[in-house]
Design a binder for this molecule. Structure first.
Ligand code: AHR
Length: 552
């Protein structure tokens, strides 16, 4: 079964800096260092939008109920019903934006069900109810709507992030869409909906800027053709009241390499004139790394691998699937240019991450929940580096999903909570947010391995670099399952005053954090002597490293 059909149906160790005798920055690496990283501070690639470090929280399984919302009367520490430990941990990663309420759920959701007095809100069948097991909590199947628009906005405020609301295009009207905008953004006292908002404790408008116009409209969001969807998009995006604040509409983009979806949408969108490009802020690309079958099948169920039990080939297989992100970005960007040569529309990768088969859930019964390991940390770092290297193309990205789901930063159940290795990567990489991306060149001999009797290779070192004034951040992934990589590091046109390294790794590729063992995979930060003429750094196998430099 293809994912499209599925969705249709379900509607330091060893890391050291040390000095070598002086040589020019352009000299060959010293004999032991077979790799080199060069940072070209003068070659800016553009500003890294903080929003590429965004998140996604769908009303699905244990994401909202249990993960985020525990209720005001819960014994679990909470702020107005929202899990406090989650708020505290999220603040450390500086979450710029959170997408809600879906995902596929969004196209079944009536926002009116989630406003007003909580004890009066209706119970509804969750979009995902059919996928839930008999033992799943009732609230995962039958939505009590306790967590609605106001609660989500409060969650965003508490975590310091901007809301990104996904509107229902499959089963609600264009009027319902702009009434939701009115509810959120009309000034205090101006409309009946503003009064309703005020009665619920929020007289001031929420000023929501980001609005998704449908989700996966090629599948669960309505099974449209790209042309049909473009027509709907034009209609839904026309004349939506903005209350003096520009709204940024995100159109439902392609599934992975569906180039025709991108071409068809843009061709149809501009059929009524190029000015319609201005109504699209972002083109949403979704890519899940799910097929670990080593080329054996395209079946959505059979092709999946295990989150925790895997061998070295599976390790590389996931990274290969993840690396596709770079060609997807380049490919869709090129096709968008056919009708939008000035690139007024940017890419919004609002769902990304690995997707494994069921079985590794921290809380049995939570659908789509999986256990993130060191492999997922390396995958996530690699993906964020890809985004950092394309700052002119990517306006936003949202990791799927925040908690108790696919590539989660956090796991929680009742009183239990832990930060996953993926969460630690987000904390490490937050330093890139808003920085000027600068060109980096990674030179390292490829990794070669045996892929079921056939030779295969993968890059041996990659990463990204960004500048905030005199602070330079370089993040580096060593994807090798076995080998460390001794590397010469050259920062052109700058003198280094001081540096720190933060390393995330483990000798076990499968290492992960659990409710009982929360610190199996945690980053280690050290001061390093980087004032030496030639920097050599050893990147341990299966590692993510952040090097933070203060420049003179
Ligand atoms: O993230 C889980 C699901 O994956 C989302 O609901 C949907 O948009 C995607 O197919």
């Amino acid at each position: 079964m293809l994912r499209r059909e599925f969705l249709h149906r379900s509607a330091a160790a060893g890391a050291t800096f040390f000095a070598k005798s002086f040589s020019s920055p352009f000299s060959r690496p010293s004999s032991a260092a077979d790799s080199r990283i060069e940072i070209l501070l003068d070659e800016s690639l553009g500003e890294i939008s903080p929003n590429i470090y965004g998140h996604f929280a769908e009303n699905l399984g244990g994401v909202i109920y249990d993960g985020i919302w525990v209720g005001e009367n819960s014994k679990i520490p909470n702020i107005n019903g929202i899990r406090k430990e989650l708020i505290d941990e999220m603040r450390l990663v500086h979450p710029p934006v959170v997408r809600f309420p879906g995902g596929c759920f969004a196209d079944s959701y009536d926002w009116r069900d989630g406003i007003g007095a909580r004890d009066k809100r209706p119970r509804r069948t969750n979009f995902w109810a059919g996928e839930e097991s008999a033992s799943a909590p009732a609230v995962h199947k039958y939505d009590t709507n306790q967590f609605g628009t106001n609660e989500f906005i409060q969650f965003c405020k508490l975590t310091g992030s901007q809301p990104y609301l996904a509107a229902n295009l499959r089963s609600l009207s264009a009027e319902d869409f702009y009434r939701w905008v009115e509810y959120c953004n009309s000034p205090a006292g101006s409309t009946t909906l503003a009064d309703t908002r005020a009665a619920a404790g929020s007289p001031d408008p929420f000023n929501v800027r980001f609005w998704g116009v449908g989700n996966e409209s090629w599948g669960c969001g309505g099974n449209f053709t790209s042309q049909e969807y473009a027509v709907e998009f034009r209609r839904y995006a026309t004349w939506v009241p903005s209350y003096g604040r520009a709204l940024s509409f995100i159109a439902s983009g392609p599934n992975v390499d569906d180039w025709n979806w991108t071409r068809g949408f843009f061709e149809e969108l501009v059929r009524k004139g190029k000015s319609h490009l201005r109504s699209v802020y972002g083109w949403a690309l979704h890519h899940y790394a799910w097929n670990l079958s080593r080329g054996r099948t395209q079946n959505w169920v059979e092709g999946k691998g295990d989150a925790v039990n895997f061998d070295a080939v599976d390790w590389y297989e996931l990274l290969r699937e993840g690396q596709r992100m770079e060609s997807l970005i380049n490919g869709h960007w090129q096709i968008m240019a056919e009708n939008d040569p000035d690139h007024s529309v940017k890419l919004v990768v609002d769902e990304w991450g690995p997707w494994y088969k069921p079985g590794s859930e921290a809380t049995p019964g939570d659908i789509l929940e999986q256990m993130p390991t060191l492999r997922d940390a390396v995958f996530s770092a690699m993906t964020l580096d890809i985004f950092n290297r394309h700052p002119e193309k990517i306006a936003m990205a949202n990791c799927a999903q925040l908690i108790n789901c696919l590539n989660s930063l956090y796991l929680a159940h009742e009183n239990n909570f832990c930060v996953t290795p993926v969460g630690h990567v987000f904390a490490m990489y937050a330093a890139h947010q808003g920085g000027q991306a600068v060109r980096s060149i990674f030179n390292a001999p490829d990794i070669h391995y045996d892929r079921d009797g056939k030779p295969a290779s993968f890059w041996a070192l990659n990463g990204s670099a960004s500048l905030h004034g005199k602070s330079l951040v370089v993040t580096v992934v060593n994807p090798s399952a076995t080998d460390s990589r001794e590397t010469q590091l050259i920062v052109h046109s700058a003198k280094i005053k001081s540096a720190t390294s933060t390393l995330l790794t483990n000798s076990d590729l499968h290492a992960h954090n659990t409710f009982n063992q929360k610190r199996a995979v945690i980053p280690q930060t050290k001061t390093v002597d980087a004032t030496v003429p030639e920097l050599i750094y050893t990147f341990p196998p299966a590692s993510v490293t952040k090097l933070a430099f203060d420049l003179a």
